[in-house]
Design a protein around this ligand. Structure first.
Ligand SMILES: [Zn+2]
Length: 341
């Protein structure tokens, strides 16, 4: 009998060793250790033995059962570990593979040119100022020496807010000059970029909303020479050292004297081409010495202080810098257009 036990045990362990998957392991467990399994059956034969032999036989069968169980468990554990390893190998990530680059947006061309302009002025010691787009007509007109009868206040040009006759969408960033001067005593050196609104029909060069950049310098002894020097420096920073400037007399309500500034055509160098319409010069901004009445209204004594102001159109500068011929492209936000910058 003992010999049978040993044989069955060895056969079982050999089968376990030869098993190649978990299903076979289960089958072997049932074949030997299940209710009707060979080793279980051996236990049942014990009753036929003389009473004094039973304990020894029982111990041998139990030991065989234990050995087969151990073999089954060890094999199962080994198989599972291989399975896990294979799974890990098949799911391995190759960190040396090139990744998928996330799609990044880019800075809008107007913002790009605005940042460039701001950087130039900040480099010259200017601070950036802001003011409200919904403005009182006092800041947009009266304080800038634009009387109630002036054509600029025409309802056809200005968006007034319904229900108010003194609240409007600002038509110029010059309103920010007044707000700054009311709260800050000279020296003042600021640029105020922002949106402005005029009741214009949309075409290649007009939009009811566009951007201006207002500049203001107020201090003791500021002269027209400071205006010219500052704006020449600005243009040379923006378009290059070879650009010349010229000033033509002009009229603005809030500056006296006033001027328009032209730059020599960056495209032809002043010889004349289709960009400058054969002139050799391109108008770029309006400027002038701050009107004494404007200083006075803000509580700044024009006998002590003087200043200059200038205003430029961001879209016009951006169109020129980037070679764009239609203003509408800036606002349509067609990704094919924006991607070029
Ligand atoms: Zn030209």
């Amino acid at each position: 009998m003992n010999y049978d036990v040993e044989n069955i045990k060895n056969a079982a362990i050999a089968e376990v060793e030869g098993a190649s998957d978990l299903k076979q392991i289960d089958d072997i467990r049932i074949k030997y250790l299940g209710k009707k399994g060979e080793i279980t059956q051996l236990m049942k034969t014990m009753g036929a033995l003389p009473a004094d032999e039973r304990p020894a036989f029982g111990a041998i069968v139990n030991s065989a059962r234990g050995a087969v169980e151990d073999a089954l468990n060890a094999k199962k554990a080994a198989m599972e570990s291989v399975a896990i390893q294979n799974k890990m190998l098949s799911e391995k990530i190759d960190v040396t593979m090139p990744g998928v680059k996330p799609v990044l947006g880019s800075v809008h061309p107007l913002t790009k040119v605005l940042n460039q302009i701001k950087q130039i002025f900040v480099g010259m010691g200017f601070v950036i100022a802001e003011g409200p787009e919904v403005e009182k007509d006092y800041y947009n007109f009266d304080a800038l020496n634009i009387p109630p009868t002036h054509s600029a206040r025409d309802e056809d040009d200005t968006f007034y807010i319904d229900g108010f006759d003194d609240v409007l969408l600002r038509t110029q960033t010059s309103s920010v000059q007044i707000r700054v001067m009311e709260h800050q005593k000279p020296p003042i050196r600021m640029v105020a970029p922002g949106r402005v609104y005029r009741s214009d029909a949309v075409d290649a060069t007009h939009s009811p909303m566009f951007h201006q950049i207002e500049g203001l310098v107020v201090d003791k002894g500021v002269t027209m020479a400071d205006l010219k020097g500052t704006l020449s420096d600005f243009v040379n920073n923006l378009y290059g050292e070879k650009i010349d400037v010229r000033f033509r007399p002009h009229h603005f309500q809030f500056t006296e004297p006033s001027a328009e500034m032209d730059i020599s055509c960056p495209n032809c160098g002043g010889k004349g081409c289709n960009v400058c319409k054969g002139e050799g010069w391109i108008e770029i901004l309006g400027a002038g010495m701050v009107h004494a009445k404007v200083l006075e209204r803000c509580g700044i004594d024009p006998n002590v202080y003087s200043g200059f102001a200038f205003g430029l159109g961001l879209e016009r500068i951006a169109m020129r810098s980037l070679g764009i011929n239609d203003l509408r492209l800036f606002y349509e936000n067609d990704v094919r257009f924006l991607n070029q910058f």
